[in-house]
Ligand binder design. Structure first.
Ligand code: HMG
Ligand code: MG
Length: 306
């Protein structure tokens, strides 16, 4: 029978690297992106155009996206927090009219004011106002926009989240023109039950085919939560090579669920996802060695222990 296609958004070069303490040279980031493309990743979040004072690690994103290979058939996206970030993206695109280094942007807000203030210095309502302008201008320029909602399960500052806020913020992002909204369990505290409950409420105002799941693996639930999201009808999952990452404004949270672990979980399932598992394992081992970091992928750990 035909398999059900699942889209995987590889967020390793952005979510994975933004929290690393030592400065990673742009050439390592470029090599990571290039290796991911060769290993079959189809959507890659390559970096972010945020304030370098807030997230110093992403300061070199312009250099990264103009140096990486732009593989046909692969979509490259960058994170943008405000008009200044979009301005910088538009500048870059204007300088490369025949070979645009990126295809789309992603904007982000949260389900709680406390997290939004910590992450972007504005309340959720203020951030939505600001993002509406960013999205409108991007769409006018023909740039597709993805949206993120952070802290959909718990907030590191205000605790348990009211899923109705997730539902309403998601709707606002879709209504302003985001083609898809990724629901972020930033703290990684969710389990299949709470994720199912959150999705149930969110589906009340939003079409499932425009939603994605973004699960941090802090409590080891990333794979289980991703599978729960698929069972609920979600067809897009975010993941990070080697399980790298974490949000600098979510203390103690670890990286995203590892891309390798998702692909392993989907083997022989009714779902098909792009990416060559063996090749991605090699990329994962390479980048964790480059960063001098333990590899968080259970699949990689298991393979290496044999
Ligand atoms: P602010 O301090 O309120 O901004 O920060 P401001 O407008 O007052 O500007 C302050 C300085 O930053 C100024 O420079 C601006 O020019 C500059 P100065 O005049 O002092 O020299 N600036 C910028 N520079 C470059 N690019 C820009 C930019 N904007 C202002 N775009 C701001 C507000 C939104 C900028 C800041 O809070 C910020 O950059 N936040 C981003 C934080 C971040 O990147 N967090 C991680 C990504 S989100 C995430 O990980 C969650 C996700 O994975 C989903 C999940 O897991 O939940 C997506
Ligand atoms: Mg994240």
């Amino acid at each position: 029978a035909d398999k059900i296609p699942v889209k995987i958004v590889e967020v390793g070069p952005r979510d994975g690297l933004q929290n690393e303490k030592t400065v990673i040279p742009p050439r390592v980031k470029v090599e990571l992106i290039n290796r991911l493309g060769l290993a079959g990743s189809k959507v890659i979040e390559a970096g972010s155009f945020v304030s370098p004072k807030w997230v110093p690690q992403m300061a070199g994103t312009a250099e990264v996206v103009t140096s990486m290979d732009k593989r046909p058939g692969v979509t490259y996206q960058v994170l943008v927090p405000n008009e200044k970030g979009l301005e910088n993206v538009l500048h870059l695109l204007a300088a490369h009219p025949f070979k645009p280094p990126i295809d789309e942007i992603a904007v982000f807000t949260a389900a709680t004011d406390a997290f939004s203030l910590a992450n972007t210095n504005v309340t959720v309502a203020e951030s939505l106002k600001r993002l509406a302008r960013v999205v409108r201008r991007a769409l006018e320029k023909g740039i597709r926009v993805r949206g993120y909602v952070s802290v959909v399960i718990t907030c590191p500052y205000s605790g348990k989240v009211d899923y109705k806020n997730v539902r309403d913020v998601t709707k606002e992002l879709l209504d302003m023109g985001c083609y898809e909204v990724s629901l972020g369990d930033t703290t990684g505290t969710g389990n299949p039950t709470s994720v199912g409950d959150m999705l149930g409420v969110t589906f009340g105002a939003n079409p499932v085919e425009r939603l994605a799941g973004h699960f941090h693996d802090t409590f080891g639930m990333g794979v289980a939560n991703s599978m729960a999201a698929l069972s609920a009808g979600i067809r897009t999952l975010d993941s990070s090579i080697g399980g790298l990452g974490g949000c600098p404004y979510s203390p103690g949270a670890t990286g995203n669920v590892a891309t390798e672990d998702i692909l392993y979980a989907l083997q022989d399932s009714p779902y098909s996802a792009p990416g060559d598992l063996n090749a991605l394992v090699d990329v994962s081992i390479w980048i964790s060695e480059k960063l001098g970091r333990d590899n968080s992928s259970r699949v990689v750990k298991a393979i290496r222990a044999r």
